[in-house]
Design a protein around this ligand. Structure first.
Ligand code: CP
Length: 308
C-alpha cells in the first residue's frame, strides 16, 4: 500500500487503506521524537510555508516542529502581519509566495474549501490545517493514531464525539476517519450544536449525554466555540456545563477501558472539568505529541511525490 495523492485536503476522500498507511508511517517518526537527537536530514531540500489565516497554537507549532525535525526550511506566515491587511487576495498571496520557489503549502483558513482552492491553482502539495467547519485532517489522523495506540484496532470501539459538533472541523475529520476504520461513532450535543443535517454522516446521534457515554471506549470532547455563541445556541456557559460538560460523575458511564480526548484549546470548567482533563485516563497531551509524528509522516510522504 502507498499514498498516491499529491495533497492532504481531508479524510472524507481517503480510503481506509490510505488512512492506515499514514498511521503506520507515523510510528517510525513517533520513535524519532523519543531520541536525544530528534532531527533527521530527510527533507533538507524542501521549503515549506505555513500559511495561517486563523489563530493556532498546537497545529502551527506542531507543523513547524515537524518540518524542522525533518530539516526542511520553514517560512511562517500570519495574516495579521501580512499584506492581507492591505487587501491582498488569497490567490495573490499564495502566488507571490510560490514565486519565491516554495515546495509545499500548509494552510489554515476560516473559509471552507480554501485548501482545495489553493491546490487547484498551485503546482505544489497542499496540506489542509483546517478550513472553516469542514475538515482538519491532520487532527483527525492524530486522534486516530492516539486511539490505535491504546486499543490497536477500531472495530467494535464505541467513540463519542461530544460538544459543539455544528462548528467543528475536528468532528468532521474524526467522523469520516473513524467510520472508514470500523468504529461505532455517536455524536452527542444539544440540538442546536448538532450539525444541521446529522443524517448525512451516517452515524448515530443523540442529545442524551448519559445514553451516549454509556459503555463508550473513547470520548472526544470538543471545544465550545465561544466566539460563535452570541447567537444563542446555548442558554449560558453554566447550563452548558451542567447538561453537556464532561464531569467526573459522567465518566462513570464510560466503559472501564476508556480514554478521554480533546483537540484543544480547552475551556476548563465548561465542556470539560479540570479534574477530568488532567486525570490518568486523559490522553490530551499524548494527542499533541502524536500530532508532531503524524505531521512528519504527512510531510515526508507528500514530499516524496515531488521527487517522483
Ligand atoms: N487542535 C487545534 O487545531 O488547535 P489549534 O487551534 O491551537 O491549532
Amino acid at each position: 500500500m502507498s499514498f498516491s495523492r499529491r495533497s492532504l485536503l481531508g479524510l472524507r476522500e481517503l480510503s481506509a487503506e490510505e488512512i492506515l498507511y499514514l498511521l503506520e508511517e507515523a510510528k517510525a517518526f513517533r520513535k524519532i521524537l523519543e531520541r536525544d537527537v530528534k532531527r533527521v536530514p530527510t527533507l533538507r531540500w524542501l521549503t515549506v510555508v505555513n500559511l495561517f489565516f486563523e489563530s493556532s497554537t498546537r497545529t502551527r507549532i506542531s507543523f513547524e516542529l515537524a518540518e524542522k525535525r525533518l530539516s526542511a526550511d520553514v517560512v511562517n506566515f500570519s495574516k495579521s502581519t501580512s499584506s492581507v491587511s492591505k487587501g491582498e487576495t488569497l490567490r495573490d498571496t499564495v502566488n507571490n509566495i510560490l514565486a519565491m520557489k516554495v515546495d509545499m503549502v500548509v494552510v489554515r483558513h476560516r473559509s471552507v474549501g480554501a485548501a482545495q482552492y489553493i491546490e487547484r491553482t498551485a503546482n505544489v502539495p497542499v496540506i489542509n490545517a483546517g478550513d472553516g467547519a469542514n475538515e482538519h485532517p491532520t487532527q483527525g489522523l492524530l486522534d486516530l493514531y492516539t486511539i490505535q495506540e491504546k486499543f490497536e484496532q477500531f472495530n467494535g470501539l464505541k467513540v463519542v464525539i461530544l460538544g459543539d459538533i455544528r462548528h467543528s472541523r475536528v468532528a468532521r475529520s474524526n467522523i469520516w476517519g473513524l467510520k472508514k476504520l470500523g468504529a461505532k461513532v455517536v455524536l452527542c450535543a444539544p440540538k442546536t450544536l448538532l450539525p444541521p443535517e446529522p443524517d448525512v454522516f451516517g452515524v448515530d446521534y443523540t442529545t442524551d449525554i448519559e445514553e451516549a457515554l454509556s459503555g463508550a471506549n473513547v470520548v472526544n470532547v470538543l471545544r465550545l466555540q465561544l466566539e460563535r455563541q452570541q447567537v444563542g445556541y446555548i442558554p449560558s456557559l453554566r447550563e452548558y456545563r451542567m447538561f453537556w460538560g464532561l464531569t467526573a460523575e459522567r465518566t462513570k458511564f464510560l466503559d472501564p477501558d476508556h480514554i478521554i480526548m480533546h483537540p484543544g484549546p480547552l475551556n476548563r470548567g465548561v465542556e470539560i472539568d479540570p479534574d477530568v482533563a488532567d486525570a490518568a485516563d486523559s490522553v490530551i497531551l499524548e494527542q499533541v505529541t502524536n500530532g508532531v509524528a503524524i505531521r512528519m509522516a504527512v510531510l515526508y510522504i507528500l514530499a516524496g511525490k515531488i521527487k517522483e
